[in-house]
Design a protein around this ligand. Structure first.
Ligand code: SF4
Length: 330
């Protein structure tokens, strides 16, 4: 990870205008990504983590709409670019891999056809060069017999191998940023560990910054430099991975950490789960949205959304426990 900031997300708001009301899926997100950094975005389903990343590559579909904010890639606001310009960046400079490769890979086309098409579109290589690049990328992600297997169909690969193919496709155009949305949740734990290790290794070797979206802090613990914890469309805590685990501030992050199984647990120990369910983001009250589920909730938490407290060392948190003004709020 270097000091060079390649992506800045400023005050991003993405809303879905539904018959039931306005779903504020992302409501004022801010973060930066440095060259070579691995950032984990963590939260339960519906916290806004996937929508944040779909917004970055401008793939939010109807009835969703980016209401406001800036997404600066090397200082250029992606939200102001016309679709033909954003297409040159999407899949090329910023690439995305999804949870289930079978929904991203075309089952009727050979891997070679799918990879060559992408590489030719973005890299301007001829067919032979693009095929050689596809084989090189499959080798890089550890597909044995890549020269022959490049001509296989997706169903001829196992789940783990398909995910490796997706990573090869995602990295085939040498992106500066790879966004991985729950890349391992459909895999068993052994393969999950292999894929995470592979992504970590490749990002280090190729200098690619990675944004990894997951509901599990266990997944990001050994992989990420920094972590954003999201709840109800906002970042509630951000820190380096080391700092977040060492001095966890937000009660929601504490709950997520307690929910991760540990090796020193007894078989009879019950795994902790955060009580209650995530809020309906259609009609959020103007208070801390974690209030109904929080073990440390205070009266002040009902009075308004907590401000951001900066603890230094790139560690920030939104919680009334750390807000100096709490005594003055009635
Ligand atoms: Fe809990 Fe209050 Fe902090 Fe919200 S602001 S997380 S309710 S202590």
């Amino acid at each position: 990870m270097t000091d060079e900031v390649i992506l800045q997300v400023k005050n991003l708001r993405t809303y879905f205008h539904t018959d039931a009301g306005v779903v504020k899926a992302v409501d004022g997100i801010n973060f930066e990504l440095h060259k070579g950094e691995t950032l984990g975005i963590v939260g339960e389903s519906g916290s806004g983590k996937s929508v944040t990343n779909l917004s970055i590559i401008n793939l939010v579909s109807h009835p969703g709409r980016i209401e406001s904010g800036e997404i600066l890639f090397h200082g250029q606001d992606l939200l102001k670019l016309p679709e033909n310009e954003i297409r040159k960046i999407r899949g090329n400079k910023i690439s995305m891999i999804f949870q289930d490769p079978m929904t991203s890979l075309n089952p009727y086309l050979k891997i070679s056809t799918q990879m060559i098409e992408t590489i030719r579109m973005h890299q301007g290589l001829n067919k032979e060069q693009a095929r050689a690049k596809a084989v090189e990328m499959l080798k890089l992600v550890g597909i044995p017999g890549a020269e022959e297997r490049v001509d296989c169909y997706p169903h001829q690969f196992s789940g783990g191998m398909r995910q490796r193919v997706m990573i090869a496709m995602g990295l085939s155009c040498n992106p500066e940023i790879l966004i991985a949305d729950e890349p391992t949740s459909a895999l068993d734990v052994t393969i999950q560990a292999q894929i995470l290790e592979l992504m970590k290794d490749l990002s280090k070797r190729l200098g690619t910054a990675v944004i990894i979206i997951t509901h599990s802090l266990g997944v990001v613990a050994g992989m990420c430099d920094t972590i954003n914890v999201m709840y109800a469309g906002r970042t509630v805590e951000h820190a380096t991975t080391h700092q977040l685990f060492k001095e966890t501030k937000h009660p929601y992050t504490q709950g997520l950490i307690r929910s991760v199984p540990r090796l020193d647990m007894e078989m009879s120990d019950k795994l902790y789960s955060i009580p209650g369910v995530p809020p309906n983001v259609v009609d959020l009250p103007p208070c801390c949205p974690f209030y109904p589920r929080c073990e440390k909730a205070m009266d002040v938490c009902k009075k308004g959304y907590p401000a951001v407290t900066d603890f230094g060392n790139d560690h920030v948190c939104s919680c009334w426990l750390y807000t100096k003004e709490k005594e003055t709020v009635k």
